[in-house]
Design a protein around this ligand. Structure first.
Ligand code: NAD
Ligand code: UDP
Length: 342
């Protein structure tokens, strides 16, 4: 199939492009490079030995979308493109609603026009907000608490309505837990702008000496060691989840939501300890106040994806840390400084 991957040069998108190409699909990417580098797709080509057609541009540019769909026989879309920083979304809600929601509306409108009704959408475990119990399963009521999470929740609802209006639509809503790690080649990985917000990229930058120490946000939660617990999932496992979801949308109409997580919760200190084992030295950290808006515990019930998609995460925490560290060591300053060597 010819798959249009929006946001395909980003962190999860680039890993998914590799698995799509390895599985024999043709891949066409649209990305405005607002949070990624064109080097990522050069690396995807290097790893797979296959071509990726790239359109540098914005989902908000309807004319460009028309060009892509008229120039290419697109069979299905995997829709990653979106802004994803929770804190920034609180400060700039209009930017987030416009980019994520308007972008998705335009994409779906053009898909409808060109008769393409199969889409796999990047949602997030953020849509669950704070629930009373874990593990989190798909039928829980959605209650996102920040503009970023609300864009995901609203897009899920928009896609539900599209499917009611036209039963030809076939939609997978993938609710990712905490994607970490990198491709085993060390050639592609997560390359955050500025100081990382997320735990694992922060730890890798402390480990490499780029940052001084990790701040652990709170140690008084009701968890086994007092620090926050999350469901970390290897980005390559996540990429395979998209392949399974693609197979499913080709076969089944309607809207189906799936958790993509391991079902296992690890604390911040568990992750620090796994990293210390990988690098063979201590990670300096200090306990600071909890981060506003953080919840104590979040992990998935991944059984629906196992039953309906035949997908299950296979990589453990040690492998996630090992692969994240290989990427960090090989590319200490991320992609842009490596352009000469590609
Ligand atoms: P990323 O920022 O690395 O990738 C997103 C890509 O979309 C970037 O390359 C960016 O340049 C592009 N983009 C953004 N707005 C665009 C627009 N209007 N037009 C064209 N391109 C645009 O993020 P990621 O971690 O790979 O996440 C991919 C998707 O998964 C996002 O929708 C994100 O919200 C969702 N998600 C991510 C996580 C996570 O922790 N990484 C967790 C849950 C859900
Ligand atoms: N965290 C931390 N220090 C950091 C970044 C994150 O202690 O510098 C904690 C955070 O409080 C949460 C976990 O690590 O318990 C995962 O946070 P992340 O931002 O990676 O993902 P989230 O689940 O919040 O989206």
């Amino acid at each position: 199939m010819n798959i249009l991957v929006t946001g395909g040069s980003g962190y999860i998108g680039s890993h998914t492009c590799i698995e799509l190409l390895n599985a024999g699909h043709t891949v066409t990417v649209i990305d405005n490079l607002s949070n990624s580098s064109h080097v990522a797709l050069q690396r995807v080509r290097k790893i797979t030995g296959k071509e990726v057609k790239f359109y540098h541009g914005d989902l908000l540019n309807r004319q460009l979308l028309e060009t892509i769909f008229s120039q290419n026989q697109i069979d299905a879309v995997i829709h990653f493109a979106g802004l994803k920083a929770v804190g920034e979304s609180v400060a700039k809600p209009f930017l987030y609603y416009h980019n994520n929601i308007t972008g998705t509306l335009l994409l779906c409108d053009v898909m409808e026009k060109y008769g393409v009704h199969q889409i796999v959408f990047s949602s997030s475990a953020t849509v669950y907000g704070a629930q009373k119990t874990v593990p989190l399963s798909e039928e829980l009521p959605l209650q996102a608490t920040n503009p970023y999470g609300k864009t995901k929740q609203m897009i899920e609802e928009i896609l539900q309505d599209l499917s009611i209006a036209n039963p030809k639509w076939s939609i997978a809503l993938l609710r990712y837990f905490n994607p970490v790690g990198a491709h085993e080649s060390g050639l592609i990985g997560e390359d955050p702008n500025g100081i990382p917000n997320n735990l694992v990229p922060f730890i890798t930058q402390v480990a490499s000496g780029r940052l001084q120490e990790l701040k652990v946000f709170g140690n008084q939660y009701k968890t086994h060691d007092g620090t926050g617990v999350r469901d970390y999932i290897h980005v390559v496992d996540l990429a395979y989840g998209h392949l399974r979801a693609l197979e499913s949308v080709v076969q089944n109409n309607g809207v189906h939501a799936y958790n993509l997580g391991t079902g296992i919760g690890y604390s911040v200190l568990d992750v620090v300890s796994a990293f210390e084992q990988v690098i063979g030295k201590p990670i300096p950290y200090k306990i600071v106040d909890p981060r506003p808006g953080d919840i104590a515990v979040s992990y998935a019930d991944p059984s629906k994806a196992k039953e309906e998609l035949n997908w299950k995460a296979t990589k453990g925490l040690y492998e996630m840390c090992e692969d994240a560290w290989r990427w960090q060591k090989t590319n200490p300053l991320g992609y842009e400084k490596e352009i000469q060597s590609v």
